[in-house]
Design a protein around this ligand. Structure first.
Ligand SMILES: *Cc1c(COP(=O)(O)O)cnc(C)c1O
Length: 224
């Protein structure tokens, strides 16, 4: 199947209010160009050192999303252009995003990554940590970031019921935050969940952004 055919299939299966983020990590610029020519404008990368050269090489109307773990010392390289950071997992990182956003006179959109999987290796906040952070004075002082929602990665398992429960609990927390009074920099509208293996379940559980790589571009040549 070609990239174009895969994209068309995905678009026709998206639920209302759900956006497709084409995850182009490890893919060459030519493959991204092919998706671009097929109309795709939203791409996700998980490494800053891969994202920056791709941003420079490709058309400027692409919206670039950073979806992988982000180190504070690399924020400055993406601050001038990144559209959305999905992987905020500490107040310290958010403070650095704010600092770099001020330098380039931008407000940077961010999602808070929640740890919903059973594996210990996945990054992210607990629900308690998010609630505490949003209520803190330090958070209230951040002028150039906007929290637009949450992101989560389900466990790597064949157990669909477990995956569904993990997505469902994230959605419940999302609705809870949405219903509560929040600082002005918080608007809960995006719920980023679902990858090639579990996007169908994620959409059924209310995802507004699925992050799909291999199901569009084919298998990656080397591990990301
Ligand atoms: C790689 C990656 C994806 C996409 O994974 P596929 O299985 O290729 O669809 C989604 N989200 C994150 C955070 C990733 O690192």
């Amino acid at each position: 199947m070609s990239i174009q055919t895969n994209l068309e299939t995905f678009r026709s299966n998206l639920t209302a209010n759900c956006q497709l983020i084409a995850v182009s990590k490890t893919q060459p610029v030519e493959a991204i160009r092919e998706a671009y020519d097929a109309g795709q404008r939203v791409f996700g990368e998980n490494k800053v050192q891969e994202l920056v050269p791709k941003y420079e090489a490709l058309p400027k109307d692409i919206q670039w999303h950073l979806i992988g773990h982000l180190q504070s010392n690399k924020v400055k390289y993406i601050a001038p252009f990144v559209h959305l950071i999905h992987s905020i997992d500490s107040l310290k990182l958010l403070e650095e995003v704010n600092r770099q956003a001020i330098k380039v006179s931008r407000t940077i959109n961010c999602l808070l990554q929640l740890h919903i999987a059973t594996e210990e290796t996945k990054f992210g906040f607990s629900e308690e940590e998010v609630t505490e952070m949003l209520a803190s004075d330090s958070f209230g002082k951040l002028t150039n970031i906007r929290i637009t929602g949450l992101m989560g990665m389900a466990s790597f398992t064949q157990n669909e019921e477990q995956i569904r429960q993990e997505f469902r609990s994230l959605k419940i927390f999302f609705e809870k935050l949405k219903a509560a009074s929040q600082p002005p920099s918080v608007t809960m509208k995006e719920l980023s969940m679902g990858m090639s293996s579990d996007y169908k379940i994620a959409m059924e559980e209310g995802s507004t952004m699925i992050r799909v790589g291999t199901a569009i571009f084919g298998h990656r040549n080397y591990p990301a």
